[in-house]
Design a protein around this ligand. Structure first.
Ligand code: 5GP
Ligand code: MN
Length: 323
């Protein structure tokens, strides 16, 4: 069915000021959606302010931190202001910005499969491989051409969420047509790949070695779990969050259907990343722990000792017993 972009475009036209937010601990899809939208709105003569609760842990996005404010003042909310929240399926994932965002009308632009129905205007499509592709559709349907910089942002967000096309299944010619328009606008896949994968430290690669070393299999090899600690990051002098290459390696092991990585954030608090290669819906497992995400990539935060947390995660995959 053709999407009707008019209500969203009309809403954007009816405001003068925008605060563009996303989820905490942002990734390329989130920040690039924000930056492409900000550029588009500015070209339409609007005021747009980029905000993010941070932290900016992923190396490929760190250089953009300077464009984002970490707080929203009451002064920023004066006048007719619309808050836009990208790539975020529940208001609490905006982190420390949530209380201020509650004071203004909100538009949600997102592609997550689970979450809350929030926001006054919603442009949500869980079939879209990235939130940036939704932003591309909005810009294109407004009748304006994409700038080269907007196209680069959109492509980087798309590559972040699709693992550089790896997670796209069959029957999606429209996605490739959209990407071909990005290339027409000047995108270089090679340059984007370098931005996404280059510039790492040796310590961050050694951290991947530790995670690989600690990997354990469960349910006859269908579930793989591993972990990293605060101490690891201190010793190896890295705060880089670079899980994609780790998941790629672990998901290539024959028989492994799901991969879980448990990262210590502070004493007794762990952020958990989950990936699924086939049918297991890790989004619903993450949701059962208060997190969320997609069927094949999801996350949540758990508290307790590391062994307790890992045991709870193993138990949550009981369905692998019968599959
Ligand atoms: P990652 O493992 O790359 O951090 O996250 C994978 C996916 O799960 C992303 O779409 C991300 O937004 C989502 N996700 C990760 N952690 C959480 C969480 O704590 N809550 C929710 N709702 N989603 C999460
Ligand atoms: Mn996303």
């Amino acid at each position: 069915m053709e999407k009707d972009y008019r209500p969203i475009l009309e809403a954007l036209d009816s405001f003068d000021n925008f605060i563009i937010a996303g989820h905490q601990e942002p990734d390329g899809d989130c920040l690039c959606s924000q930056m492409a939208l900000s550029s588009f709105l500015k070209r339409k003569g609007k005021n747009a302010r980029l905000v993010s609760a941070g932290p900016f842990k992923r190396p490929e996005i760190r250089s953009w931190e300077k464009f984002f404010s970490g707080t929203i003042d009451d002064n920023d909310l004066k006048g007719k202001t619309l808050g836009i929240i990208t790539d975020c399926s529940s208001p609490d994932r905006t982190g420390s910005l949530g209380d201020q965002l509650k004071k203004i009308p909100l538009m949600v632009i997102d592609h997550h499969s689970s979450g809350e129905m929030f926001g006054d205007y919603r442009f949500v499509d869980s079939d879209s491989p990235s939130t940036t592709l939704l932003v591309q559709q909005l810009i294109e349907s407004s009748g304006m051409e994409l700038t080269e910089e907007e196209a680069e942002f959109i492509f980087l967000g798309f590559c972040t969420d699709t693992g550089f096309f790896r997670h796209i299944g069959s029957g999606k010619p429209d996605v490739f047509q959209a990407v071909s328009r990005l290339v027409e606008a000047g995108v270089s896949p090679n340059a984007t790949h370098r931005v996404m994968t280059g510039g790492r430290t040796l310590g961050s690669r050694r951290l991947l070695g530790r995670i690989l070393d600690r990997s354990r299999l469960h349910y006859e090899g269908k579930l793989l779990i591993s972990w990293e600690t605060l101490e690891d990051r201190k010793e190896l002098e890295t705060e880089d969050r670079d899980s994609d290459s780790m998941y790629q390696m672990l998901q290539s092991i024959g028989g492994v259907e799901s991969v879980v990585i448990v990262q210590e954030e502070s004493e007794n608090t762990y952020s958990v990343g989950l990936r699924s290669t086939f049918d297991i819906d890790v989004g619903s497992i993450a949701k059962s722990f208060g997190g969320g995400g997609h069927r094949k990539a999801a996350g949540c935060t758990l508290t307790g000792s590391r062994n307790e947390v890992i045991q709870r995660l193993i138990d949550s995959f009981q369905l692998l017993n019968n599959s």
